[in-house]
Structures are given as C-alpha cells and as structure tokens.
Design a protein around this ligand. Structure first.
Ligand code: GDP
Ligand code: GDP
Length: 436
C-alpha cells in the first residue's frame, strides 16, 4: 500500500538529486527491459519502516529559456499540486540564500507538511550550522550529508511521519481508471465520449478533496471514477507540455487507479513515448487496456486490424495480457466496449483462486513439463498460494528459490492464464524456500 508522494524542492546544486538517489536506494528494477522504467531520473519508489511511497525530484523538470524564478515557481507549484509531503533541501555549506527564503515563502502558503533538510553537513561535529535555518520558519531543520549517507535515516523518519494516514482506500467500492498517452491522442475526447453515453450519470462525490480533478459516474448501478480528468482537460500552463511533467502526472494517476487505459493515436501510430508510460502501468501492476483511438482516420481493409494488433504485440511485449480495443472518440465507434472491458480487467485483477484449484493447476503444469535441471539440481514446487490481488501474486514454496528461472516462470504464467485467463492483469510469481 502506497502512503503517497514525496516531492523534493530546492534551488540548484543543494543536492536534491543526490538525496533522491539515496532515498530510492540502489534497488534494481525487477523489470529492467521495460523502456522508461530504469531510465527515468525524477520519479522513483522508496521504502522506509514498512511504508512505501513515491518520490519526485522536481529539479529534474526544467523549463528551457525561462528566467530562474519562473523555473522555481513551476517546481514548487508542481510539488504543492502533486505531493503529500514536501522535502525542502538547503545547503549547510552556503547558509540561507535569497532563493532559499523565496522558496520558503512559497512553501509556507501551502498546507502540505514540509520537512526541511540541511544537506552537505559532512562533519556532524560542526552541525551548529543548521541553527540559522530555523529562520526559514519551517520548523526543525535536519542535518544530513547525502553524499556520505549521514542523517538520511532521521530525515526519512520525519518524512514517513509526515504522511497522512490513509486508512481507507480512496473511492472504496468504485472502479478507478485513468487514461494515459501522449498529448493529442484523444484522451479528453474519450473521457467525454464515455461520460456522454446513454445510461451514464455523472455524480458528485461528497467529502473528498480530489473531486475537483476526478470525475465519478454511475452506470447500471456500478460506480466508476475517472482519475485526473482535470489533468487531461486543463491545457495552457507553460509546463503542461513538458514531457517529464506529463509523465509525472501520468504516474500519479496510474498509482491511484485500478485500471489504466493506454491510449494510442491511430492517425500517427505507435511512438516511443507510448511505450514509456505503458511500461509504468505494467510495472505498477495495474490492469491495462490498450485503446487504439482515431480508428476512423485509419486507412483500412479487412486485414488492417490484425496487422495493427500484431504490431502492438511486437512493440508492447510485456503487455501481452492487455486487451486491445479499436475505437473512435470522434465518430463514437465502439465507445460502449470500454466500460465492460474495464469491468472485466478489474474483476480479473482482484480475482482470488481457491488454493486447491491453484495447486492442481501448478502440479499439473509441473508434471506436464518438469523444470529443467540446473547444475544437477531440479526445482521442486511443493505448494502454491495466492498471497494477494491487484496484481494477483502467487508464492511458490520450493526446494531452492534460485532454481526458478525466467523461462519456467513464463511457462507457469501461461498455464495459469490457460486455466484462469487473468485478462488485462500481470501475474506476479514469487518463490520461497519451504522451511523444513
Ligand atoms: P541538485 O542540483 O540540487 O540536484 O544537486 P546535486 O544532487 O546534483 O548535487 C550538487 C553537488 O553537490 C554535486 O557535486 C554533489 O556531489 C554535491 N553534494 C551533494 N550532496 C552533498 C553532501 O552531502 N556533501 C557535499 N560535500 N557535497 C554534496
Ligand atoms: P488529448 O490531448 O489526448 O486529451 O487529445 P484530445 O482529446 O484533445 O484530442 C486531440 C485531437 O484529436 C482533437 O483535435 C480531437 O478532435 C482529435 N480526436 C480525438 N479523438 C479522435 C478520433 O477518434 N478520431 C479523429 N479523427 N480525431 C480525434
């Protein structure tokens, strides 16, 4: 369960990206072959004291050819808009600068919890330097040396404490989905087309602070929320078109959704940027549907759909489980297929398989194709258990977890899909040593 988003702000060179790297740690991505997942330098995952949260380094979002103050304004605004907690970094080597004071004033106006880190305090015997930072009026400064990894534990303690307790799941009982994709692929048009369908009734959500950016509606007794419709529709701020910003926006929306619609522009075809955001949706373990929009604008014959489907499968290898829908927001073609697909994928992502049925499938799979031997040892699966949903996660109790190789995992995944489909959702398979 994700506690929320931390944004790091501060003037250049105080050590924001060094701190960012410390916070996200050297954890290797499990899925390194996904484009965009490891390359991204401004958005990461962190874990501290059993809490998991996301981190944004706003310093990585830059405006070309704009005055410095505009850039700082943008970074702080993004932090205030997107984050639950803000980490303000200053430099103990430089003392308080005018820019620090300026940022502090902007932050004081927000109602977000702020943690103040004084970086570059490399020698803790001389940490008197931090006292002057009380003058920023943001509470207790915490001395750290990101370069040497000193004080970062105390800083993380404060950060984790500052996250609001979200006991209740946001929009409990509703299906939460978002649309992601490059600018102009038709996301807003699709949202409008979905909301303007027959029997769809847009509702107000009471008692939430997010309702200004999300849109909830009902259809045939079921409740849905489109996450971040405002982010889709609102256009015009200078930074809205910066790719890193739109990626960050998409990441936050993905995090809050059950199902993600990856929208592709049929008029221009697949681009690299499409693959980056889709990679995040996969990595986050969300339900995924590929929506090929602007179908009306595609020159086609009887083979076109098959050909495009093949191309999508080749380009999005890791999304082989995602259904593909061909639609036109403009001509309202097949818009009615979207909500049933969202329902189906959501149902599969929270599907729980009975333990005895699951074990039957895994044991049969093992008998049909036994695991290959590795250095004279063979994997032996004793027992399987589904430990969680969204995404479905299955733990195999085995003789030696090291012996579960990628190809055999892939084989087991295929057997599970043959038996239970799991349409639109990734399946996580983990191996644990059976103690005995
Ligand atoms: P950013 O522009 O705020 O993201 O700052 P960077 O993380 O790029 O760091 C700027 C410079 O400060 C780099 O040369 C870092 O090596 C250095 N730096 C970062 N943390 C520390 C620290 O704790 N102590 C010292 N002495 N230097 C640091
Ligand atoms: P967004 O930036 O992803 O939200 O894209 P918009 O919904 O603003 O659409 C961008 C442009 O594509 C607009 O000019 C739309 O009219 C056009 N568009 C959207 N959907 C379709 C479609 O299904 N077919 C065609 N031909 N154009 C579309």
């Amino acid at each position: 369960m994700i506690s929320g988003i931390l944004a790091i702000v501060g003037r250049p060179n105080v050590g924001k990206s060094t701190i960012f790297n410390r916070i996200i740690g050297e954890r290797k991505s499990i899925v390194e072959d996904i484009p965009g997942v490891t390359r991204d330098r401004i958005y990461g995952k962190a874990e501290w004291l059993t809490k998991e949260f996301r981190v944004i380094d706003t310093g990585g979002i830059q405006l070309a050819d704009q005055p410095f103050r505009d850039e700082i304004n943008m970074q702080v605004e993004i932090a205030i808009d997107e984050a639950d907690v803000i980490l303000f970094v200053v430099s103990g080597k430089d003392g308080i600068t005018m820019d620090d004071e300026y940022i502090a004033r902007l932050l004081q106006k927000s109602r977000k919890p702020i943690v103040l880190a004084v970086n570059k305090v490399d020698d803790f015997s001389q940490n008197d330097a931090i006292y002057e930072f009380y003058n920023l009026g943001l509470g207790d400064p915490i001395a750290v040396s990101a370069a040497h990894g000193i004080g970062t534990g105390d800083m993380l303690d404060e950060i984790v404490k500052a996250f609001p307790d979200k006991q209740q799941k946001e929009y409990e009982g509703m299906t939460r989905f978002c649309l992601i994709g490059r600018p102009n692929v038709g996301k807003s048009s699709l949202v409008n087309a979905i909301l303007n369908q027959e029997r769809v009734i847009v509702s107000d959500i009471e008692g939430t602070t997010r309702d200004a950016i999300d849109t909830s509606f009902k259809r045939e007794g079921k409740d849905y929320v489109v996450i971040d419709t405002a982010g889709i529709r609102k256009k015009g701020k200078v930074y809205e078109n910066i790719e890193k910003y739109s990626v960050l926006r998409a990441m936050a929306a993905i995090e809050r959704s059950d199902v993600v619609l990856v929208v592709i522009d049929g008029e221009t075809g697949i681009r690299d940027q499409d693959k980056h955001v889709a990679g995040y949706a996969h990595e986050a373990g969300k339900g995924v549907i590929i929506v090929y929009n602007k179908w009306d604008a595609v020159d086609k014959d009887e083979q076109t759909m098959q050909k495009i489907e093949k191309e999508i499968r080749a380009q999005f290898l890791y999304l082989s489980y995602a259904p593909i829908l061909f639609v036109s927001a403009l001509k309202k073609q097949r818009i009615h297929t979207l909500l049933p697909a969202i329902d189906e994928v959501h149902d599969y992502s929270v599907l729980r398989i009975q333990t005895n049925v699951l074990n039957e499938v895994i044991m049969d799979a093992q008998l049909m194709t036994p695991p290959p031997t590795h250095k004279g040892k063979r994997l032996k699966i004793y027992y399987a258990s589904q430990v969680s949903v969204a995404p479905p996660t299955i733990v195999l109790f085995v003789n030696d977890p090291e012996l579960l190789h990628f190809s055999y995992k892939r084989y087991l995944e295929n057997c599970l899909r043959d038996a239970f489909a799991f349409t639109g959702t990734t399946i996580r398979i983990l191996a644990r040593e059976r103690n005995r």
